[in-house]
Design a binder for this molecule. Structure first.
Ligand SMILES: NC(=O)C1=CN([C@@H]2O[C@H](COP(=O)(O)OP(=O)(O)OC[C@H]3O[C@@H](n4cnc5c(N)ncnc54)[C@H](OP(=O)(O)O)[C@@H]3O)[C@@H](O)[C@H]2O)C=CC1
Ligand SMILES: O=C([O-])CC(=O)C(=O)O
Length: 262
């Protein structure tokens, strides 16, 4: 059995725990959970306990890593990923991350890669609310590739961000256009997908990102487009909620232990 822990016991972390409960991840034992608000971790552990799968509620990352997990699911935030990545990898713990925005910074990205290599661990970038990283990488490897990312949201999803104003409730508008580094700076937990797709292809500085706000729109459209001299590929994913991202972690965990890998 692989020892698994979860950091970030919100909506997406909960999907992973539920997959363990449902027996979808038979090769994993969830041994510990940690979240900024301890009651969230306690609630998740209580759910596990109810199903006869007790797990430890940890008060700190250090306590969580002391459980010597094989895999850590990060479903918290890019800031959390920045904090925990190097200690986890040095602890012999591989990471499945949703907050890929943390890897927009080239220096940190290289440090993470070197630390993983030096410690025999790995970092898995979950496909999240987008996907097609295989075709993005393949097309980029062929050379001379350009890529762009289009995200569409409803105005309510932008409340609390620098681009929000009431006119968005009635007016369709492009609210951001720039590269993936700039995008994740402006929307620190909302556009991890742009950094993920860019790391699979042209890099964050070269990924052109456009975000459009549409009145009455629910959910998200994530459309990545890559072109090289021969290939034009479009990965277009619409989802009413972000649950697809939690399920993509389940898919990654399955791939890690499966003889057949998708
Ligand atoms: N790659 C992708 O496609 C997607 C990625 N994401 C990423 O996944 C993350 C989780 O999403 P979601 O489950 O919907 O969010 P939620 O807000 O439902 O859950 C996140 C949980 O993580 C906790 N948390 C935040 N920061 C820290 C920290 N530094 N240390 C420990 N716990 C922390 C929060 O604590 P508290 O309860 O105190 O707020 C919260 O309970 C997002 O922040 C985003 O970065 C999300 C959607 C798609
Ligand atoms: O809108 C989504 O579901 C994608 C998202 O939050 C992110 O990439 O961080």
């Amino acid at each position: 059995m692989e020892k698994l822990v979860i950091v970030g016991c919100g909506r997406l972390g909960g999907i992973v725990a539920d997959a363990v409960i449902k027996g979808i991840l038979p090769e994993y034992e969830l041994v510990g959970v940690y979240s900024r608000t301890v009651s969230k971790a306690e609630n998740l552990a209580a759910r596990m306990q109810q199903h006869g799968k007790p797990c430890r509620v940890c008060a700190t990352i250090e306590e969580l890593l002391a459980l010597k997990p094989d895999y850590l699911v990060e479903a918290a935030s890019p800031a959390a990923m920045k904090e925990l990545a190097l200690p986890a990898l040095k602890n012999g713990t591989s990471i499945v991350t949703l907050s890929i925005g943390a890897l927009a910074d080239d220096l940190f990205y290289r440090e993470v890669a070197e630390t993983a290599k030096a410690n025999g661990t790995r970092v898995y970038l979950a496909s999240g609310a987008t996907g097609g990283f295989d075709v993005l990488r393949t097309a980029a490897l062929m050379g001379n590739a350009t890529a762009r990312f289009f995200n569409e949201k409803g105005p309510n999803a932008l409340k609390g961000t620098a681009v929000y104003d009431e006119s968005l409730q009635t007016e369709q508008r492009v609210v951001f256009s720039g590269n993936a580094v700039e995008a994740i700076q402006l929307f620190p937990t909302k556009v991890n997908v742009t950094v993920a797709a860019s790391r699979a292809s042209v890099g964050p500085a070269n990924m052109e990102v456009t975000m459009q706000s549409t009145p009455g729109f629910t959910g998200d459209t994530q459309r990545v487009e890559i072109r090289n001299d021969q290939v034009h590929a479009v990965i277009d994913v619409y989802s009413t909620t972000a649950e697809i991202a939690g399920w993509s972690v389940v898919n990654t965990l399955l791939n890690i232990t499966s003889p057949i890998v998708f």
